[in-house]
Design a protein around this ligand. Structure first.
Ligand SMILES: [Zn+2]
Length: 151
């Protein structure tokens, strides 16, 4: 096979495939860091390896892609090829997310889900506003919350 990718392109591809450091997550990470929050990333010892972990506040933030995690919004549209395959796959992801949320809650962690559609696409909300809501959640006492686009 002829190698058509430069090393930089290849590592960019791998990064995307792994799903870490995706752009929406980076917006949240950079924004909260700039606001003085310190956190750990992808903590393997916690259920679901949450994206951002704030041990001081006993809070975690998960940035979720609308398609993969089956958000009930227009950004989760089934592909026209093999729709059954995708529907099953996404239903499986949703089940796993639910179990993860329960496990985190049972371990005393508060959880905020930031849906991708709040950060990109036609229904996105202003970044500062989204970061304000993240900060309120981190400092506040809510057990669970979510931020989604203005559909
Ligand atoms: Zn969505």
């Amino acid at each position: 096979m002829i190698d058509v990718l430069t090393p930089a392109q290849r590592s960019e591809n791998m990064r995307r495939i792994r799903g870490k450091d995706t752009k929406p997550e980076m917006i949240v990470r950079r924004g909260l860091h700039r606001r003085g929050f310190r956190f750990r990333l992808h903590v393997a010892s916690l259920s679901g390896k949450p994206d951002l972990v704030f041990p001081r506040y006993r809070a975690v933030i998960q940035v979720s892609g609308c398609f993969w995690h089956g958000h009930d919004c227009p950004m989760c549209r089934m592909p026209s090829t093999r729709p059954d395959f995708w529907a099953k796959k996404i239903a499986g992801n949703r089940d796993r997310d639910r179990r993860t949320e329960d496990a985190l809650g049972a371990a005393g962690w508060r959880l905020l889900v930031v849906w991708e559609c709040s950060l990109k696409g036609p229904a996105r909300i202003a970044t500062d506003q989204m970061l304000d809501r993240c900060a309120d959640f981190i400092r506040g006492g809510a057990e669970r919350d979510k931020i989604a686009g203005n559909w």
